[in-house]
Design a protein around this ligand. Structure first.
Ligand SMILES: Cc1ncc(COP(=O)(O)O)c(C=O)c1O
Length: 458
Protein backbone atom coordinates (compact mmCIF):
# COMPACT_ATOMS: atom_id res chain seq x y z
CA UNK A 1 0.00 0.00 0.00
CA UNK A 2 1.52 3.35 -0.93
CA UNK A 3 1.53 6.41 1.33
CA UNK A 4 -1.46 8.00 -0.40
CA UNK A 5 -3.61 4.91 -0.16
CA UNK A 6 -2.68 4.43 3.51
CA UNK A 7 -3.61 8.06 4.28
CA UNK A 8 -6.93 7.77 2.45
CA UNK A 9 -7.81 4.52 4.20
CA UNK A 10 -7.04 6.11 7.56
CA UNK A 11 -9.17 9.18 6.68
CA UNK A 12 -11.99 6.85 5.65
CA UNK A 13 -11.89 5.03 9.00
CA UNK A 14 -11.82 8.28 10.98
CA UNK A 15 -14.68 9.74 8.91
CA UNK A 16 -16.86 6.67 9.45
CA UNK A 17 -16.12 6.71 13.17
CA UNK A 18 -17.09 10.41 13.37
CA UNK A 19 -20.33 9.83 11.45
CA UNK A 20 -21.18 6.78 13.60
CA UNK A 21 -20.75 8.92 16.73
CA UNK A 22 -23.36 11.48 15.64
CA UNK A 23 -26.58 9.80 16.86
CA UNK A 24 -25.42 9.75 20.48
CA UNK A 25 -22.77 12.40 20.59
CA UNK A 26 -23.04 15.54 22.71
CA UNK A 27 -23.46 18.35 20.22
CA UNK A 28 -21.05 21.00 21.58
CA UNK A 29 -17.31 20.50 21.29
CA UNK A 30 -15.55 19.21 24.44
CA UNK A 31 -12.23 20.95 23.80
CA UNK A 32 -11.41 24.64 23.44
CA UNK A 33 -9.34 26.28 20.71
CA UNK A 34 -6.29 26.41 22.99
CA UNK A 35 -6.64 22.75 23.96
CA UNK A 36 -6.93 21.77 20.32
CA UNK A 37 -3.89 23.86 19.39
CA UNK A 38 -1.93 22.03 22.09
CA UNK A 39 -3.17 18.65 20.90
CA UNK A 40 -2.24 19.42 17.29
CA UNK A 41 1.12 20.90 18.25
CA UNK A 42 1.87 24.52 17.38
CA UNK A 43 5.48 23.92 16.25
CA UNK A 44 6.09 23.45 12.53
CA UNK A 45 8.15 20.23 12.36
CA UNK A 46 11.49 20.35 10.60
CA UNK A 47 11.22 16.86 9.16
CA UNK A 48 8.54 15.26 6.93
CA UNK A 49 5.92 12.92 8.44
CA UNK A 50 4.14 9.89 7.03
CA UNK A 51 0.80 11.09 5.49
CA UNK A 52 -1.16 8.37 7.36
CA UNK A 53 0.35 9.48 10.67
CA UNK A 54 -0.56 13.09 9.88
CA UNK A 55 -4.17 12.01 9.26
CA UNK A 56 -4.22 10.09 12.55
CA UNK A 57 -2.89 13.09 14.46
CA UNK A 58 -5.34 15.47 12.80
CA UNK A 59 -8.33 13.22 13.50
CA UNK A 60 -7.48 12.39 17.09
CA UNK A 61 -6.32 15.88 18.08
CA UNK A 62 -9.33 17.61 16.50
CA UNK A 63 -12.08 15.16 17.48
CA UNK A 64 -12.73 16.70 20.95
CA UNK A 65 -12.84 20.18 19.41
CA UNK A 66 -15.45 19.26 16.80
CA UNK A 67 -19.06 20.42 17.11
CA UNK A 68 -21.66 17.96 15.86
CA UNK A 69 -22.96 20.28 13.14
CA UNK A 70 -24.11 17.32 10.99
CA UNK A 71 -26.17 15.84 13.86
CA UNK A 72 -29.94 15.64 13.56
CA UNK A 73 -30.05 17.57 16.86
CA UNK A 74 -28.16 20.65 15.70
CA UNK A 75 -30.65 23.52 15.33
CA UNK A 76 -28.36 26.55 15.62
CA UNK A 77 -27.92 29.37 13.09
CA UNK A 78 -29.14 27.92 9.77
CA UNK A 79 -27.00 24.88 9.18
CA UNK A 80 -27.61 21.89 6.93
CA UNK A 81 -26.06 18.45 7.36
CA UNK A 82 -24.44 16.25 4.78
CA UNK A 83 -26.63 13.98 2.68
CA UNK A 84 -24.69 10.71 2.04
CA UNK A 85 -24.39 10.88 -1.77
CA UNK A 86 -23.27 14.52 -1.57
CA UNK A 87 -20.70 13.71 1.10
CA UNK A 88 -19.25 10.83 -0.91
CA UNK A 89 -19.23 13.01 -4.04
CA UNK A 90 -17.33 15.65 -2.08
CA UNK A 91 -14.61 13.11 -1.31
CA UNK A 92 -14.35 12.46 -5.04
CA UNK A 93 -14.11 16.21 -5.65
CA UNK A 94 -10.94 16.28 -3.55
CA UNK A 95 -9.51 13.16 -5.18
CA UNK A 96 -10.35 14.38 -8.70
CA UNK A 97 -8.92 17.84 -7.89
CA UNK A 98 -10.55 19.54 -10.87
CA UNK A 99 -10.15 23.24 -11.45
CA UNK A 100 -13.62 24.31 -12.55
CA UNK A 101 -12.63 27.52 -14.31
CA UNK A 102 -13.17 26.41 -17.91
CA UNK A 103 -15.35 24.12 -19.98
CA UNK A 104 -12.34 22.92 -21.97
CA UNK A 105 -10.22 22.22 -18.88
CA UNK A 106 -12.79 20.09 -17.04
CA UNK A 107 -15.69 18.97 -19.24
CA UNK A 108 -17.04 16.83 -16.36
CA UNK A 109 -17.20 19.81 -14.03
CA UNK A 110 -19.04 21.94 -16.58
CA UNK A 111 -21.41 19.06 -17.37
CA UNK A 112 -22.27 18.67 -13.67
CA UNK A 113 -22.83 22.44 -13.38
CA UNK A 114 -25.07 22.48 -16.42
CA UNK A 115 -27.22 19.53 -15.36
CA UNK A 116 -27.43 20.52 -11.68
CA UNK A 117 -28.10 24.13 -12.69
CA UNK A 118 -31.03 23.16 -14.92
CA UNK A 119 -32.44 20.85 -12.22
CA UNK A 120 -32.17 23.61 -9.63
CA UNK A 121 -34.03 26.12 -11.79
CA UNK A 122 -36.73 23.53 -12.40
CA UNK A 123 -37.09 22.60 -8.70
CA UNK A 124 -37.02 26.21 -7.50
CA UNK A 125 -39.59 27.26 -10.11
CA UNK A 126 -37.22 29.81 -11.68
CA UNK A 127 -37.01 30.77 -15.35
CA UNK A 128 -35.30 28.07 -17.45
CA UNK A 129 -32.16 29.40 -19.09
CA UNK A 130 -31.21 31.60 -16.12
CA UNK A 131 -27.50 31.52 -15.29
CA UNK A 132 -26.42 29.46 -12.27
CA UNK A 133 -23.12 30.25 -10.56
CA UNK A 134 -21.71 27.97 -7.85
CA UNK A 135 -20.32 30.24 -5.11
CA UNK A 136 -18.90 29.58 -1.65
CA UNK A 137 -22.18 30.42 0.11
CA UNK A 138 -25.19 32.70 0.12
CA UNK A 139 -23.16 35.77 1.08
CA UNK A 140 -21.12 35.44 -2.10
CA UNK A 141 -24.23 34.44 -4.06
CA UNK A 142 -25.86 37.70 -2.95
CA UNK A 143 -22.68 39.55 -3.89
CA UNK A 144 -22.56 37.90 -7.31
CA UNK A 145 -26.21 38.62 -8.12
CA UNK A 146 -26.01 42.18 -6.82
CA UNK A 147 -22.89 42.81 -8.90
CA UNK A 148 -24.90 41.86 -12.00
CA UNK A 149 -27.74 44.06 -10.71
CA UNK A 150 -25.53 47.10 -9.99
CA UNK A 151 -23.78 46.95 -13.35
CA UNK A 152 -27.04 46.50 -15.25
CA UNK A 153 -28.94 49.39 -13.68
CA UNK A 154 -25.92 51.63 -14.17
CA UNK A 155 -25.53 50.51 -17.79
CA UNK A 156 -29.18 51.44 -18.34
CA UNK A 157 -28.26 54.88 -16.98
CA UNK A 158 -25.43 55.02 -19.57
CA UNK A 159 -22.69 54.38 -17.03
CA UNK A 160 -20.12 51.62 -17.52
CA UNK A 161 -18.88 50.48 -14.10
CA UNK A 162 -16.38 48.02 -15.54
CA UNK A 163 -14.64 50.82 -17.43
CA UNK A 164 -15.26 53.89 -15.27
CA UNK A 165 -15.73 52.56 -11.74
CA UNK A 166 -18.34 53.97 -9.41
CA UNK A 167 -16.88 57.43 -8.67
CA UNK A 168 -18.64 60.16 -10.61
CA UNK A 169 -21.43 57.86 -11.80
CA UNK A 170 -25.12 58.01 -10.91
CA UNK A 171 -25.78 57.00 -7.30
CA UNK A 172 -27.51 53.63 -7.04
CA UNK A 173 -30.45 53.37 -4.63
CA UNK A 174 -30.80 50.09 -2.80
CA UNK A 175 -34.01 49.35 -0.92
CA UNK A 176 -34.11 46.48 1.58
CA UNK A 177 -36.57 45.26 4.20
CA UNK A 178 -35.83 46.07 7.85
CA UNK A 179 -35.37 42.35 8.57
CA UNK A 180 -33.06 41.39 5.70
CA UNK A 181 -30.06 39.22 6.58
CA UNK A 182 -26.84 41.14 7.27
CA UNK A 183 -25.16 39.21 4.43
CA UNK A 184 -27.02 41.57 2.06
CA UNK A 185 -25.45 44.63 3.71
CA UNK A 186 -22.06 42.95 3.52
CA UNK A 187 -22.47 42.25 -0.20
CA UNK A 188 -23.51 45.88 -0.77
CA UNK A 189 -20.42 47.02 1.12
CA UNK A 190 -18.17 44.84 -1.06
CA UNK A 191 -19.85 46.39 -4.10
CA UNK A 192 -19.19 49.96 -3.01
CA UNK A 193 -22.90 50.66 -2.72
CA UNK A 194 -22.83 51.67 0.94
CA UNK A 195 -25.66 51.24 3.40
CA UNK A 196 -29.10 50.54 1.90
CA UNK A 197 -32.36 52.42 2.49
CA UNK A 198 -34.42 50.45 4.95
CA UNK A 199 -38.11 49.81 4.33
CA UNK A 200 -40.44 48.97 7.21
CA UNK A 201 -41.37 45.35 7.78
CA UNK A 202 -44.29 43.75 9.63
CA UNK A 203 -44.41 41.73 12.84
CA UNK A 204 -43.03 38.64 11.05
CA UNK A 205 -40.23 40.50 9.27
CA UNK A 206 -41.97 40.75 5.87
CA UNK A 207 -41.37 43.96 3.97
CA UNK A 208 -44.56 46.05 3.84
CA UNK A 209 -45.65 46.57 0.21
CA UNK A 210 -47.19 50.05 0.79
CA UNK A 211 -43.97 51.17 2.52
CA UNK A 212 -41.93 49.87 -0.41
CA UNK A 213 -44.20 51.71 -2.87
CA UNK A 214 -43.85 54.93 -0.90
CA UNK A 215 -40.06 54.56 -0.81
CA UNK A 216 -39.92 53.86 -4.55
CA UNK A 217 -42.12 56.89 -5.27
CA UNK A 218 -39.99 59.15 -3.08
CA UNK A 219 -37.14 59.51 -5.55
CA UNK A 220 -37.28 62.92 -7.26
CA UNK A 221 -35.75 61.49 -10.38
CA UNK A 222 -35.59 57.93 -11.62
CA UNK A 223 -32.30 56.80 -10.13
CA UNK A 224 -30.85 53.36 -10.88
CA UNK A 225 -32.54 51.24 -8.21
CA UNK A 226 -32.19 47.79 -6.70
CA UNK A 227 -34.83 46.20 -4.49
CA UNK A 228 -33.70 43.30 -2.30
CA UNK A 229 -36.44 40.96 -1.06
CA UNK A 230 -36.20 37.93 1.21
CA UNK A 231 -37.43 34.34 1.05
CA UNK A 232 -37.07 33.08 4.63
CA UNK A 233 -36.38 35.34 7.61
CA UNK A 234 -33.87 33.80 10.03
CA UNK A 235 -36.05 34.54 13.07
CA UNK A 236 -39.50 33.76 11.72
CA UNK A 237 -38.95 31.92 8.43
CA UNK A 238 -41.35 34.47 6.86
CA UNK A 239 -41.36 35.28 3.15
CA UNK A 240 -41.79 38.75 1.69
CA UNK A 241 -45.07 39.20 -0.23
CA UNK A 242 -43.55 38.80 -3.69
CA UNK A 243 -46.47 39.47 -6.05
CA UNK A 244 -47.06 43.03 -4.75
CA UNK A 245 -43.43 43.92 -4.08
CA UNK A 246 -42.03 42.62 -7.36
CA UNK A 247 -44.81 44.47 -9.21
CA UNK A 248 -44.02 47.73 -7.39
CA UNK A 249 -40.30 47.36 -8.14
CA UNK A 250 -41.01 46.56 -11.79
CA UNK A 251 -43.10 49.72 -12.16
CA UNK A 252 -40.12 51.70 -10.84
CA UNK A 253 -37.84 49.88 -13.32
CA UNK A 254 -35.79 48.53 -10.43
CA UNK A 255 -33.77 45.31 -10.50
CA UNK A 256 -35.36 42.86 -8.04
CA UNK A 257 -33.12 40.48 -6.15
CA UNK A 258 -34.25 37.81 -3.67
CA UNK A 259 -32.10 36.51 -0.82
CA UNK A 260 -33.48 33.01 -0.30
CA UNK A 261 -30.51 31.40 1.43
CA UNK A 262 -32.65 28.65 2.93
CA UNK A 263 -36.22 29.70 2.07
CA UNK A 264 -36.07 29.53 -1.71
CA UNK A 265 -36.28 25.74 -1.30
CA UNK A 266 -39.95 26.07 -0.28
CA UNK A 267 -40.63 26.22 -4.01
CA UNK A 268 -39.49 22.60 -4.36
CA UNK A 269 -42.39 21.36 -2.21
CA UNK A 270 -45.92 21.46 -3.65
CA UNK A 271 -47.14 21.88 -0.05
CA UNK A 272 -44.96 24.93 0.66
CA UNK A 273 -44.49 26.46 -2.79
CA UNK A 274 -47.20 29.05 -2.06
CA UNK A 275 -44.66 30.79 0.20
CA UNK A 276 -42.52 31.71 -2.81
CA UNK A 277 -45.42 32.66 -5.06
CA UNK A 278 -44.45 35.55 -7.33
CA UNK A 279 -40.77 35.19 -6.48
CA UNK A 280 -39.87 33.81 -9.91
CA UNK A 281 -40.68 37.21 -11.46
CA UNK A 282 -37.55 38.70 -9.87
CA UNK A 283 -34.28 39.27 -11.76
CA UNK A 284 -31.93 37.32 -9.50
CA UNK A 285 -31.97 34.95 -6.54
CA UNK A 286 -29.32 33.83 -4.05
CA UNK A 287 -29.56 30.57 -2.15
CA UNK A 288 -27.40 27.96 -0.47
CA UNK A 289 -26.99 24.32 -1.29
CA UNK A 290 -25.17 23.81 2.02
CA UNK A 291 -28.30 24.68 3.99
CA UNK A 292 -31.62 23.13 2.94
CA UNK A 293 -30.17 20.82 0.26
CA UNK A 294 -27.66 19.42 2.78
CA UNK A 295 -24.49 19.29 0.71
CA UNK A 296 -21.15 19.84 2.48
CA UNK A 297 -19.69 23.35 2.78
CA UNK A 298 -19.05 25.43 0.87
CA UNK A 299 -21.76 25.84 -1.71
CA UNK A 300 -24.03 28.76 -2.54
CA UNK A 301 -25.94 29.42 -5.75
CA UNK A 302 -26.20 32.69 -7.66
CA UNK A 303 -29.14 32.55 -10.07
CA UNK A 304 -29.59 35.35 -12.60
CA UNK A 305 -32.44 35.58 -15.11
CA UNK A 306 -30.35 37.29 -17.80
CA UNK A 307 -27.13 35.27 -18.29
CA UNK A 308 -25.56 38.14 -20.22
CA UNK A 309 -25.94 40.44 -17.18
CA UNK A 310 -24.04 37.97 -15.00
CA UNK A 311 -21.39 37.42 -17.65
CA UNK A 312 -20.91 41.17 -18.04
CA UNK A 313 -20.28 41.47 -14.29
CA UNK A 314 -18.19 38.34 -13.67
CA UNK A 315 -16.74 37.36 -17.05
CA UNK A 316 -13.12 37.83 -17.96
CA UNK A 317 -10.70 37.16 -20.78
CA UNK A 318 -7.20 35.82 -20.43
CA UNK A 319 -4.76 35.10 -23.26
CA UNK A 320 -3.54 31.92 -21.62
CA UNK A 321 -7.05 30.55 -20.90
CA UNK A 322 -8.99 28.28 -23.25
CA UNK A 323 -12.30 30.07 -23.42
CA UNK A 324 -15.54 29.08 -25.07
CA UNK A 325 -17.74 31.54 -26.92
CA UNK A 326 -20.79 30.18 -25.02
CA UNK A 327 -19.14 31.20 -21.75
CA UNK A 328 -17.38 29.22 -19.06
CA UNK A 329 -18.04 28.49 -15.37
CA UNK A 330 -15.56 31.28 -14.53
CA UNK A 331 -17.96 33.81 -16.12
CA UNK A 332 -20.59 33.21 -13.43
CA UNK A 333 -18.69 33.58 -10.14
CA UNK A 334 -16.14 35.91 -8.54
CA UNK A 335 -13.30 33.37 -8.35
CA UNK A 336 -11.05 31.89 -10.98
CA UNK A 337 -9.67 28.64 -9.55
CA UNK A 338 -12.18 26.70 -7.50
CA UNK A 339 -13.26 23.20 -6.59
CA UNK A 340 -16.06 21.22 -8.24
CA UNK A 341 -18.93 22.37 -6.05
CA UNK A 342 -21.51 21.19 -8.57
CA UNK A 343 -20.63 17.50 -8.13
CA UNK A 344 -22.09 17.18 -4.60
CA UNK A 345 -25.09 19.27 -5.68
CA UNK A 346 -25.68 16.95 -8.62
CA UNK A 347 -25.27 13.93 -6.31
CA UNK A 348 -27.72 15.26 -3.70
CA UNK A 349 -30.34 16.07 -6.35
CA UNK A 350 -29.82 12.71 -8.12
CA UNK A 351 -30.11 10.91 -4.80
CA UNK A 352 -33.17 12.78 -3.46
CA UNK A 353 -34.98 13.06 -6.79
CA UNK A 354 -37.80 15.57 -7.18
CA UNK A 355 -40.03 13.90 -4.61
CA UNK A 356 -37.14 13.48 -2.18
CA UNK A 357 -36.38 17.22 -2.15
CA UNK A 358 -40.10 17.97 -1.61
CA UNK A 359 -40.23 15.39 1.21
CA UNK A 360 -37.10 16.89 2.77
CA UNK A 361 -38.61 20.41 2.81
CA UNK A 362 -41.91 19.08 4.19
CA UNK A 363 -40.13 17.06 6.86
CA UNK A 364 -38.05 20.04 8.04
CA UNK A 365 -41.26 22.12 8.27
CA UNK A 366 -43.10 19.34 10.11
CA UNK A 367 -40.28 19.10 12.67
CA UNK A 368 -40.33 22.90 13.11
CA UNK A 369 -44.07 22.75 13.86
CA UNK A 370 -43.48 19.91 16.35
CA UNK A 371 -40.86 22.08 18.06
CA UNK A 372 -43.29 25.01 18.18
CA UNK A 373 -46.05 22.83 19.70
CA UNK A 374 -43.64 21.30 22.21
CA UNK A 375 -42.13 24.64 23.28
CA UNK A 376 -45.57 26.28 23.51
CA UNK A 377 -46.54 23.58 26.04
CA UNK A 378 -43.68 24.49 28.40
CA UNK A 379 -44.68 26.61 31.38
CA UNK A 380 -43.67 30.23 30.80
CA UNK A 381 -42.50 29.70 27.20
CA UNK A 382 -43.91 31.66 24.28
CA UNK A 383 -43.49 30.91 20.59
CA UNK A 384 -43.16 34.36 19.05
CA UNK A 385 -43.46 33.69 15.32
CA UNK A 386 -45.99 32.17 12.96
CA UNK A 387 -44.19 28.93 12.11
CA UNK A 388 -44.65 28.87 8.34
CA UNK A 389 -41.36 27.22 7.43
CA UNK A 390 -38.33 25.86 9.30
CA UNK A 391 -37.66 28.52 11.96
CA UNK A 392 -39.02 28.75 15.50
CA UNK A 393 -38.40 31.79 17.68
CA UNK A 394 -39.36 31.67 21.36
CA UNK A 395 -38.72 33.23 24.73
CA UNK A 396 -39.26 32.31 28.38
CA UNK A 397 -40.93 35.41 29.74
CA UNK A 398 -37.96 37.65 30.38
CA UNK A 399 -34.46 38.02 28.93
CA UNK A 400 -32.68 36.68 32.00
CA UNK A 401 -34.63 33.42 32.05
CA UNK A 402 -34.37 33.01 28.27
CA UNK A 403 -30.59 33.33 28.61
CA UNK A 404 -30.53 30.79 31.44
CA UNK A 405 -32.60 28.29 29.43
CA UNK A 406 -30.29 28.71 26.46
CA UNK A 407 -27.18 28.24 28.60
CA UNK A 408 -28.67 25.11 30.23
CA UNK A 409 -29.58 23.56 26.88
CA UNK A 410 -26.04 24.06 25.59
CA UNK A 411 -24.60 22.72 28.86
CA UNK A 412 -26.86 19.67 28.64
CA UNK A 413 -25.41 18.95 25.19
CA UNK A 414 -28.32 16.90 23.81
CA UNK A 415 -29.13 19.58 21.25
CA UNK A 416 -27.80 22.89 20.02
CA UNK A 417 -30.03 25.92 19.62
CA UNK A 418 -28.95 29.54 19.11
CA UNK A 419 -29.81 32.68 20.97
CA UNK A 420 -30.56 36.00 19.35
CA UNK A 421 -32.13 39.36 19.99
CA UNK A 422 -35.38 39.88 18.15
CA UNK A 423 -37.80 42.79 18.45
CA UNK A 424 -35.82 44.03 21.45
CA UNK A 425 -35.93 40.82 23.47
CA UNK A 426 -33.63 37.83 23.93
CA UNK A 427 -34.96 34.75 22.18
CA UNK A 428 -34.00 31.19 21.37
CA UNK A 429 -33.98 30.23 17.70
CA UNK A 430 -34.61 26.67 16.59
CA UNK A 431 -33.68 26.21 12.94
CA UNK A 432 -34.48 22.81 11.44
CA UNK A 433 -32.26 22.29 8.43
CA UNK A 434 -30.79 18.78 8.66
CA UNK A 435 -31.91 15.95 6.37
CA UNK A 436 -31.23 13.34 9.09
CA UNK A 437 -33.36 14.85 11.89
CA UNK A 438 -35.91 12.29 13.12
CA UNK A 439 -39.02 12.53 15.30
CA UNK A 440 -36.89 11.00 18.07
CA UNK A 441 -34.27 13.75 17.69
CA UNK A 442 -37.00 16.38 18.02
CA UNK A 443 -38.44 14.62 21.09
CA UNK A 444 -34.99 14.38 22.71
CA UNK A 445 -34.26 18.05 21.99
CA UNK A 446 -37.65 19.09 23.38
CA UNK A 447 -36.95 17.08 26.54
CA UNK A 448 -33.66 18.96 26.91
CA UNK A 449 -35.45 22.32 26.52
CA UNK A 450 -38.10 21.20 29.04
CA UNK A 451 -35.39 20.17 31.53
CA UNK A 452 -33.68 23.53 31.09
CA UNK A 453 -36.96 25.39 31.54
CA UNK A 454 -37.82 23.40 34.69
CA UNK A 455 -34.40 24.09 36.19
CA UNK A 456 -34.78 27.83 35.60
CA UNK A 457 -38.43 28.11 36.65
CA UNK A 458 -37.63 29.45 40.12
C1 LIG B 1 -31.30 34.73 4.70
C2 LIG B 1 -29.81 34.48 4.72
N1 LIG B 1 -29.02 35.13 3.83
C3 LIG B 1 -27.70 34.94 3.79
C4 LIG B 1 -27.07 34.07 4.65
C5 LIG B 1 -25.58 33.88 4.58
O1 LIG B 1 -25.31 32.59 4.09
P1 LIG B 1 -23.81 31.99 4.05
O2 LIG B 1 -23.46 31.78 5.48
O3 LIG B 1 -23.95 30.72 3.28
O4 LIG B 1 -22.93 32.98 3.38
C6 LIG B 1 -27.84 33.38 5.59
C7 LIG B 1 -27.22 32.48 6.57
O5 LIG B 1 -27.84 31.94 7.45
C8 LIG B 1 -29.26 33.58 5.62
O6 LIG B 1 -30.04 32.92 6.48
Amino acid sequence: MDAREAALRRAHEHALRWLASLPDRRIPARASVDETVRALGAELPDAPSEPADVVDLLATACEPGLTAFPSGRFYGFVVGGTEPAALAADWLVSAWDQNCVMRAASPACTAAEEIAGAWLLDLLGLPPGSAVGFTTGATMANFTCLAAARDTVLRRAHWDVARDGLAGGPAVRVLVGADRHMAVDLALRYLGLGAPEVVESDSQGRIRPPALRRALDRADTRRPTLVVLQAGDIHTGAFDPFPETVQAAREAEAWVHVDGAFGLWAAASPRHAHLTQGCSAADSWATDAHKTLNVPYDCGLALVRDPSALRAAMGLRGDYLIQHERGDPVDKVPELSRRGRAFPVWAALRSFGRSGVADLVDRLCRHARAFADGVAGIDGARVLNDVVFTQVCADFGDDARTERVLARVLEDGTAWISGSTWRGRRVIRISVSNWSTTDTDVARALDAIRRAADATAR
